[in-house]
Design a protein around this ligand. Structure first.
Ligand code: ADP
Length: 728
């Protein structure tokens, strides 16, 4: 198909010109059914402006009787996209309604998209008028004139046909115009599409701009949110900062209060001139310069330290940053106007700011004057002790809580000829006489275990090869808090005393022995005389002989006691064991005692015969001693109760009196040699304090035990037990 060449004037303009010059009334509607174009022919016909006709404005010119029908046809055809033809009356500019034939066709763009309708209208009022006239003519003329009329009608018809042809021609023209219009319209559509595209592009540009804007906006919003977050963070950090400041203030307060309440002296000095910035009460008390020292210089407050090498130490710390520590340093301070000697452990520590620069020195100190003085007095006392200990003849040694001998004085070294080192680590124990060693070491270890003081005698090998007797007192030592420290022993050389004692013992033994022979003879004579004089009429002689018998017996017991003691001391006592009935022995001894103790009543609570393997004489002398003591130490007329019973594997004997009794502290000591309880009462009772000593030795040598239960003023009960000899 041949397309018309592009006109020089724009296509819209061309179309307008064409439409305006067309002999028909032309309207164009859009897809929204509203008319947006009326050609000049239309506007001339209606005498209205384009604006008035615009949209639905044209309907105002349509005859009210035709309007609804007209609209129905238009709208339904429009919806169906179908060509329509309709007739209606349109008001002409002179107010007269003229019949128009309106022919509407759908419009399409070049790409076939529906674009609305275009319509062309012709004024058919005259045509309709002639038809009306024709109808009137047919009804009014007579049938006779029908032929004529038919002819005329046919002529008219021909005319009409001619007119019709004209009309068809016009219609063809109109059709062609329409086609041209369609082409123009397509072009117009193209232009519109082009414009629309351009518009779309510009819209896209706008869209992308919009998107960019949106993006920018979003960024800005994000930035805004970040700002909000930063702001919140800022607020948070502000809060934290405030808290930190509060904490700092609190911690500074704390630090200050710690410093102020510290029980040891603290001072802070600032600048090389050592200006006092902070002090606590402890340092103020030590200085004794009053409370108003803050702000003053150290040297100004403590001028007495000028020649004590302290300023220079402070200066060194300020210069080098290295701390200075002093221990037990003497510092002479003028306190309350008096120069006094103090001892301090103190430190000077450099203080640095955040940049690490030294801005001052902190002084902490501990007043150790008391400690140093105590140490000095301990040292002095130790020195005194050492001097005393080194100059004395007493053998002094110390041992710690683990039995390590820590010190032996010169006397020890002199007597043994050994050095301190040789004596330590039980070197001393090797020097003890073999007969004494085990028992002494056992005594020592038992005391160590019980942390108890002890004493005793032992022989030690001297430098010149003979043994020396030592009497040792070994008190346990305790610290102030009561913990056990060890022992400090002092031994005196009792060799000479021992020798004297031995000589004395020998003498006693010898005298006793010598006395025994005449006494035995005397005893025999007295007993014979006594039995002979029993029949005498001389009552005096009778009584005298009886008393002489008792006294000789007493003397015999006494001499036996001394003899036994001297034998015991010299280790000559003999234990002669054999099996005997203890119960029978008790009866015998009681019977014998009753002879001399008629003033008291002795009751025996008998037991079954009980056999023991022991020295009958010596056990007899023990019972006899207990009985004579019970009588001796209780008032006349009192009862003495003797009991014997078996307890487990031992036979136990007890002697109970109603006498003077004794205090608790004496109950242990009465078994020691020569020990007598000293009271005004006992002073009038004769005795040597060897009876219980011998009894204890005898019982011990039988592997038995002897003890007393007593209450002062109420009486005593003496017990002893012996292992039972189990017989078939
Ligand atoms: P002596 O009786 O010769 O003094 P002992 O060795 O027999 O010697 O007794 C030692 C001390 O024990 C006595 O001096 C006495 O003080 C006390 N004593 C002994 N037996 C009794 C007793 N039954 N009641 C009170 N005190 C006693």
């Amino acid at each position: 198909m041949q397309y018309p060449t592009q006109p020089i004037i724009p296509i819209e303009e061309q179309f307008k010109i064409m439409a305006d010059t067309a002999p028909v009334l032309i309207w164009i509607s859009n897809i929204d059914k509203l008319c947006y174009f009326f050609n000049a022919g239309w506007l001339r016909f209606t005498g209205r402006t384009m604006e008035e006709e615009y949209g639905n404005g044209w309907t105002e010119g349509v005859h009210p009787d035709d309007l609804q029908r007209c609209l129905n046809i238009y709208l339904s055809s429009f919806d169906a996209r179908k060509e329509f033809k309709m007739e209606y009356r349109l008001r002409r500019h002179d107010g007269i309604y003229r019949w128009l034939l309106d022919h509407g066709v759908p419009r399409y763009t070049a790409d076939g998209t529906f674009a609305g309708f275009i319509g062309s209208c012709m004024d058919i009022d005259e045509l309709l008028e002639s038809e009306r006239i024709k109808k009137n003519f047919i009804s009014t003329e007579s049938l006779q004139r029908e032929q004529t009329l038919n002819e005329e009608l046919s002529a008219t018809n021909e005319e009409l046909s001619a007119s019709n042809e004209e009309l068809a021609a016009i219609n063809d023209e109109l059709q062609q115009t329409q086609e041209r219009f369609a082409i123009l319209n397509d072009e117009l559509e193209n232009t519109v599409a082009h414009r629309t595209k351009a518009l779309a592009e510009s819209e896209r540009t706008a869209q992308s701009l919009n998107e960019e804007l949106t993006a920018i906006n979003e960024e800005m919003m994000a930035a805004n949110e970040e700002l909000i977050t930063s702001n919140e963070e800022l607020l948070l950090s502000q809060e934290k900062l405030r808290q930190a400041v509060d904490q700092l203030a609190a911690s500074e307060y704390k630090t200050r209060s710690i410093v102020e309440n510290a029980p040891f002296p603290i001072g802070v000095y600032v600048g090389r001139e050592m200006r006092i910035e902070l002090t606590n009460q402890a340092i103020l008390d030590v200085w004794g310069k009053g409370d108003n020292v803050v702000g003053k210089c150290y040297a100004e407050v403590l001028p007495e330290l000028g020649n004590q090498d302290i300023y220079s130490k402070l200066d060194d710390v300020f210069t080098t940053g290295q701390s200075f520590h002093a221990r037990n340093q003497r510092v002479d301070l003028v306190v309350n106007g008096k120069l006094k000697i103090y001892y301090f452990n103190f430190s000077f520590t450099a203080l640095r700011n955040q940049a690490g620069e030294i801005y001052g020195v902190m002084n902490t100190a501990a007043d150790v004057t008391d400690v140093v003085s105590a140490k000095q007095s301990i040292e002095e006392s130790e020195e005194r002790f050492r001097t005393m200990s080194e100059d004395t003849d007493v053998l002094i040694a110390t041992a710690d809580e683990n039995s390590h001998a820590t010190y032996f004085n010169k006397a020890w070294q002199n007597i043994t000829g050994k050095s301190m080192r040789e004596l330590q680590h039980f070197g001393w124990a090797e020097l003890i006489h073999p007969d004494d060693r085990d028992s002494w070491i056992e005594t020592y270890l038992t005391a160590l275990k019980n942390k108890r003081s002890f004493s005793g005698e032992f022989r030690i090998l001297s430098d010149n090869g003979d043994y020396r007797w030592l009497y040792a007192r070994v008190p346990a030592r305790y610290r102030a808090d009561g913990t056990f420290v060890g022992f400090i022993s002092s031994c005196v050389d009792i060799t000479e005393l021992k020798k004297d004692e031995l000589r004395k013992n020998d003498f006693i033994g010898m005298v006793s022995h010598e006395l025994k022979t005449p006494l035995t003879a005397l005893n025999g004579l007295v007993q014979v005389a006594h039995s002979k004089l029993k029949r005498s009429e001389d009552v005096f002689l009778q009584n005298a002989m009886e008393k002489a018998t008792v006294q000789v017996k007493k003397m015999g017991t006494m001499i036996n006691g001394f003899l036994n003691m001297s034998r015991l001391e010299s280790g000559k006592i003999m234990i002669d064991k054999r099996l005997f009935n203890l119960e029978a022995l008790i009866r015998e001894v009681i019977a014998e005692a009753e002879l001399t103790a008629s003033t008291h009543q002795i009751n025996f609570d008998p037991c079954e015969p009980v056999y023991v393997y022991a020295d009958e004489d010596k056990i007899g002398s023990v019972i006899s001693n207990l009985l004579s003591n019970a009588v001796k130490y209780s008032p006349k007329g009192k009862v003495v109760e003797v009991k014997c019973h078996v307890e487990g594997s031992t036979a136990q004997v007890s002697v109970k009196d109603e006498g003077m009794g004794m205090k608790q502290q004496d109950t242990e000591k009465i078994f020691e040699r020569y020990h007598r309880v000293e009271t005004t009462h006992t002073r009038n009772i004769s005795g040597f304090g060897i009876g219980l000593y011998l009894s204890a030795e005898i019982i011990e040598r039988h592997d038995g035990r002897i003890w007393v239960e007593s209450e002062s003023g109420k009486g005593s009960t003496f017990y002893f037990n012996l292992p039972i000899e189990l017989t078939d």
